[in-house]
Design a protein around this ligand. Structure first.
Ligand code: FAD
Ligand code: 2HG
Ligand code: ZN
Length: 470
């Protein structure tokens, strides 16, 4: 039977939707297998009303809640801690696409709707939902919004925040806020929507969202180009921006060692360029095939003439484009297979990136000889994944234990000194809560704590995440 809390939870959701003991494993460990906690139970509500009832029950019994969508988060914010006291509130059963409104260019979906399902729903109407992540087959719109996900199309369409018009949220008190507006203009007071986006489950439970759709481009073309160095890749970005403007929809960089890891762990993936120093994956959209090809060749021709590009392949079909994207999207998996690594998800002004990388190259190896940086990311919007793999002969656990703190400090100091961010798109979660407390100004921290206190006075929503205890 369990405690009065579990009995009430079962009465509310039905026995099948309250998991305990051995059934909770998949909910208790994060994608990277870096955070493994223990939950009190897992609740799987099917509607907003059920979410509200569960939250009211938690408030009455002082049970902390960790909301969970697809559990693909990379900062340990979506799994319970080790206390055995937290309830995992999974939104996975709330998957409905409530409405697609082609004239308003919006779709309203439930929080547990998988990102790929929303992309497909938009596509079925001849429209585009442009958020694109390697985890799109599993991550959910609720999780995307709670972490303000970025991905590969941010330079053209913005982050999850910029794609969201309205939200439905269950508050910490178990009330439902219906803010599912589809309006592009609405200046009626404080923007509550933007408070919840990026709050990682600490201010409310997102149960549904109205997202912006876009017209689907007439033609999309993808190319992979070899660049001799990061300066050349940035030169290519400047050229592509100047010539393509809003037609440039993706601009990803991959450093040579990341390609070597791909070859080691995914030998079946064809690598069309021969051992480039850096590779750039570039995507452009145009009205039709002829204009897409003309514009892309102009960019590559110009860049080649100036020595920025030494080799390039252009996808001749959708399948070939998919293959090129698969290379890029498989890097996090190749890294995971190589062993647990230290992730730095950083944003910098594009103009500061080459200098940052030079400083890292000159200093990090003296801290940890044999260190293996894996550098790739969304150069088009200034977001790099500057991830550090252990030296070949050092077990990952020893590497993290001995060197994580010092490496984080060195990397984040260099980022902050250049006006950058130590969390560009993955959020704070448990991984970076202490770093946030260290690096945010006292004024910013005080405002954040005041907001959290006002919206969740009992401190039951994802405690310990984003803001560490004062
Ligand atoms: P979860 O992992 O379940 O949760 C993430 C956070 O949001 C947690 O703090 C959780 O408590 C909270 N949360 C979840 N649902 C709700 C809700 N309904 N209401 C309130 N809080 C909630 N991220 C990027 O930004 N860009 C990328 O390119 C990218 N690529 C990735 C590639 C791979 C292979 C993987 C594994 C991850 C990648 N990610 C990327 C990270 C991750 O997929 C995204 O952060 C995604 O948005 C998380 O969605 P989710 O549904 O899995 O959320
Ligand atoms: C990506 O861009 C994701 O592939 C994951 O944001 C990055 O695993 C990472 O560090
Ligand atoms: Zn990324």
């Amino acid at each position: 039977m369990g405690t009065p809390f579990l009995q009430a939870l079962r009465a509310c959701l039905g026995d099948a939707n309250v998991l305990v003991d051995g059934d909770m494993d998949a909910y208790e460990v994060d994608w990277r297998k870096r955070y493994r906690g223990r939950a009190l139970a897992v609740a799987r509500p099917a509607s907003t009303a059920e979410v509200a009832s569960v939250v009211r029950l938690c408030a009455a019994h002082a049970v902390p809640i960790v909301p969970q969508g697809g559990n693909t988060g990379l900062v340990g914010g979506g799994v319970p801690d080790a206390s055995g006291r937290m309830l995992v509130l999974s939104l996975a059963r709330m998957q409905q696409v409530r409405r697609v409104d082609p004239d308003n260019l919006t779709a309203t979906v439930e929080a547990g709707c998988v990102l790929h399902a929303l992309q497909a729903a938009a596509d079925a109407h001849g429209l585009l939902f442009p958020l694109r992540l390697g985890s799109e087959g599993t991550c959910t719109i609720g999780g995307n919004l709670a972490s303000n996900a970025g991905g590969t199309q941010v330079l053209r369409y913005g982050t999850a925040r910029e794609l969201c018009l309205g939200l439905e949220v269950v508050t910490a008190g178990g009330e439902v806020w219906d803010g599912l507006s589809g309006l592009r203009k609405d200046n009626t007071g404080y923007d509550l929507r933007d408070l919840f986006i990026g709050s990682e489950g600490t201010l409310g439970i997102i149960t549904a969202a109205t997202m912006k759709l876009h017209p689907r481009p007439g033609w999309t073309l993808t190319a992979l180009a070899a660049c001799p160095g990061i300066d050349a890749a940035i030169g290519l970005l400047r050229t592509a921006r100047a010539r393509l403007d809003a037609g440039l929809t993706g601009f990803e960089v991959i450093e040579g060692f990341a390609l070597q890891l791909l070859a080691r762990h995914f030998p079946q993936l064809r690598q069309p360029l021969h051992a480039p120093g850096w590779a750039v994956l570039l995507e452009l959209a145009a009205d039709d095939q002829a204009s897409a090809e003309r514009r892309l060749h102009a960019v590559l021709g110009d860049a080649t003439a100036r020595g920025l590009v030494t080799d390039a392949v252009v996808a001749g079909s959708l399948a070939q484009a998919r293959e090129l994207w698969q290379l890029r999207e498989s890097i996090p998996l190749a890294q995971a297979r190589e062993g647990l690594n230290i992730k730095h998800d950083i944003a910098l002004p594009v103009s500061a990136i080459a200098d940052f990388l030079r400083e890292m190259d000159a200093t990090l190896h003296t801290l940890v000889p044999g260190l293996r940086p894996v550098v790739y990311g969304h150069l088009g919007d200034g977001n790099l994944h500057f991830n550090l793999q252990a030296p070949q002969d050092m077990p990952a656990a020893v590497f993290l234990d001995r060197h994580e703190a010092a490496l984080n400090q060195r990397v984040h100091d260099a980022v902050v000194a250049r006006g950058g961010s130590f969390s560009a798109e993955h959020g704070i979660g448990a991984l970076k809560a202490a770093e946030l407390a260290r690096r945010k100004s006292p004024v910013a921290l005080a405002m954040m704590r005041a907001i959290r206190q006002a919206l969740d006075p009992q401190g039951l929503l994802n405690p310990g995440r984003v803001l560490p205890p004062a």
